[in-house]
Ligand binder design. Structure first.
Ligand SMILES: [Mg+2]
Length: 237
């Protein structure tokens, strides 16, 4: 088959989406559930305070900080309680990231999901946000690999399953850990900072972590992916 000039110029064969904060606006719900559960255990805190203090902090680290301030131990299953509280809120409170459905439909190369969540959580979130059918069955979870983000394992696994070379993959991420993992996998990363949880300065953090470009509106994504051709990419940088 003769490749058209357009095919020759195509830079990416696969778009890999992170889920939380990229496809679904779930991070704020996690913060809400975290605040609610902490408050129930005697540590009064608001959703906004959780966002500012604990987003991007590991579960273990957050637990140690709270326990030190409370002067007592949180229950063994505290993290499970938070996750359960968040999942219960999904059907009524989870929304997708604005314009993500149209962006997915407009991108003309294969797409998949690579998320740190369990398969059940990812599917539940995507279903509640009305995105599951647009991306299934190409949904990959960190539970399928040895090391989660910021290790490259999940991205490499997804690329292999989708039969794409890492250097021809573009990853869409909203977290520093995700960007670090995608770069370690030899992929290009675009940093998205349009989720409700993103505080001022988030884009700068994503660029500092190595995002090739950052954007906050999913209407920009098809153009960014398609423009992944030749000189001058990424635009605006
Ligand atoms: Mg994320």
């Amino acid at each position: 088959m003769t490749r058209t000039p357009q095919n020759n110029r195509q830079r990416f064969d696969l778009v890999i989406f992170d889920c939380d904060g990229v496809l679904v606006d779930s991070e704020v719900i996690s913060c809400r559930a975290h605040a609610e559960t902490l408050t129930r255990h005697g540590y009064a805190i608001t959703e906004q305070q959780v966002l500012e203090r604990f987003l991007g902090v590991s579960d273990r680290e957050a637990r140690l900080i709270v326990e030190a301030e409370l002067g007592l131990k949180l229950p063994e299953d505290f993290e499970a309680q938070v996750k359960q509280a968040a999942l219960q809120r999904y059907p009524s409170e989870l929304s997708n990231i604005p314009h993500i459905s149209a962006a997915i439909a407009a991108i003309g190369v294969p797409k998949c999901v690579a998320s740190s969540g369990t398969p059940e959580k990812i599917r539940h979130g995507l279903a509640c946000a009305g995105l599951h059918d647009a991306l299934a069955p190409h949904i990959f979870s960190a539970t399928q690999v040895k090391r989660g983000k910021p290790a490259p394992d999940l991205f490499l696994f997804a690329a292999e399953r989708m039969q794409a070379s890492p250097e021809r993959c573009v990853v869409i991420e909203d977290s520093v850990a995700g960007i670090t993992g995608a770069l370690a996998a030899g992929m290009t990363v675009l940093g998205f900072h349009g989720g409700s949880h993103c505080l001022p300065g988030h884009a700068g953090k994503l660029r500092a972590a190595g995002a090739a470009a950052t954007f906050d509106d999913m209407r920009q994504l098809p153009g960014l992916v398609a423009a992944g051709a030749g000189a001058g990419w990424p635009p605006g940088r």
